[in-house]
Ligand binder design. Structure first.
Ligand code: ADP
Ligand code: MG
Length: 300
C-alpha cells in the first residue's frame, strides 16, 4: 500500500502485511514527523468495521477448530487482518497452524503479560491468541468473580481488537464460563453441524442456551450454519442437509465435504490452503469465506 505523509506529502510504499496490529502511527523517513495510519490507505479498508465471529456448538468432533482455523486463514488470504482466539483447553488451533506460542489467552486474562505480548503472528495478516491447558485455571478465575464475570473476555480483548478486521473465536465442547464469555463478546455465531453424526438435537439445545443469552444481548445472532462432513455416499447426509435448509434457509452455508486431506494437513502444521490448495477441502473453505465476506468473486 502507498502511504502519504500529511506533513510533507512524500509517498512511502509499504508492505501492509508487515505492519504489526498494535501499531497505528508511523514516522515519515523524510520529514521525521509522526502520522496516523488510520488517516491513510484506502477508505474502504477503514469503513468495514470489526466483525466478531464465534465458531461454536457444544459437541466435540464436528469440525469447529478446522472451521475456525480455515475461516481465519481464508479471511487473511483475502486481505483482512484477522485475530484467531482459541478458547479451548486442547489448544488445537496452534497445532493446526504449526506454531508453538509461549503465551496466550490465559496470560491476557490473568494480566501476566501486556496484551501485545499474548498473541503471535502465525501467517501474513493472521495472528493467534492461543488456548491450552492453562485455560482450566482461567475458568476458575472467571467463576470466582462476584460481578461482571461474563464480560471478562470482552474487557480483555478491547485494547487489542481494533487493530483487526475480524476476530474469530474457536470454542471448546460443552457449556462453561468461558463459552458464556465468548457469547457476551461476539455478535455473530457460526455453528458447524456434522452431517455424519446427526446433531440436530444438540443444535436445538445449543440454540435454547443462546436464546437465554440473547435476552441480555440482542445484538447476538446465529448467522451461519456450516454443515460439515458431507459424504454423498452416506444416505442420511443429504436428508439432514435438506432439513437444515428448511429450518434455517439462507443461514445455511454450502457444506464442507468429507475430505481426507483436511485431516492430514494438521500433522504438517499447514492449513488446507497450503497443504492441498486444489482439494475439495480447500475449495469448500474458500466458498465459506465468500459467504462470510459476501464477496462472490474472492479467489476467482
Ligand atoms: N471435512 C472434513 N473431512 C475430514 N476430516 C475432517 C473434516 N473436518 C474436520 N476433520 C477432522 O476431524 C477431526 C475433528 O475435527 P475438529 O475440527 O478438531 O472438531 P472439533 O473442534 O469440533 O472437535 C479432526 O481430526 C479433523 O482433522
Ligand atoms: Mg476443537
Amino acid at each position: 500500500m502507498i502511504l502519504k505523509c500529511p506533513h510533507c506529502n512524500k509517498e512511502h510504499s509499504i508492505d501492509e502485511t508487515r505492519i504489526p496490529p498494535n501499531i497505528n502511527k508511523v514516522r515519515c523517513k523524510y520529514c521525521k514527523k509522526l502520522f496516523s495510519l488510520a488517516d491513510n490507505g484506502s477508505e474502504e479498508e477503514h469503513d468495514k468495521g470489526l466483525r466478531r465471529i464465534a465458531v461454536s456448538l457444544s459437541k466435540g468432533g464436528v469440525g469447529k477448530t478446522t472451521t475456525a482455523v480455515h475461516l481465519a486463514h481464508g479471511l487473511a488470504l483475502a486481505g483482512n487482518k484477522v485475530l484467531l482466539v482459541d478458547t479451548d483447553t486442547q489448544g488445537q488451533s496452534a497445532f493446526m497452524l504449526g506454531v508453538k506460542p509461549q503465551a496466550g489467552l490465559t496470560e491476557l486474562i490473568t494480566d501476566e503479560l501486556s496484551p501485545e505480548e499474548t498473541y503471535i503472528q502465525a501467517r501474513e495478516r493472521l495472528w493467534l491468541l492461543a488456548g491450552g491447558k492453562s485455560l482450566a485455571g482461567v475458568k476458575r478465575v472467571i467463576d470466582r468473580k462476584d460481578f461482571g464475570a461474563e464480560l471478562t473476555l470482552a474487557e480483555k480483548l478491547a485494547p487489542i481488537e481494533q487493530q483487526f478486521d475480524y476476530v474469530i473465536i474457536d470454542t471448546s465442547p460443552g457449556w462453561d464460563p468461558l463459552l458464556v464469555n465468548v457469547l457476551f463478546y461476539v455478535t455473530e455465531i457460526m455453528l458447524p453441524v456434522s452431517l455424519e453424526i446427526m446433531t440436530l438435537q444438540g443444535l436445538v439445545e445449543f440454540l435454547k442456551s443462546i436464546s437465554s443469552i440473547q435476552k441480555y444481548r440482542t445484538e447476538l445472532g446465529l448467522k451461519y450454519i456450516a454443515p460439515t462432513f458431507l459424504d454423498k455416499r452416506v444416505k442420511n447426509s443429504s436428508g439432514i442437509l435438506g432439513k437444515l435448509e428448511d429450518l434455517y434457509g439462507d443461514h445455511v452455508c454450502t457444506p464442507i465435504r468429507y475430505n481426507i486431506r483436511l485431516s492430514e494437513a494438521p500433522a504438517y502444521g499447514q492449513t488446507i490452503f497450503e497443504f492441498a490448495p486444489g482439494s475439495n477441502g480447500a475449495k469448500d473453505y474458500r466458498e465459506l469465506v465468500r459467504k462470510v465476506t459476501g464477496n462472490p468473486d474472492l479467489f476467482k
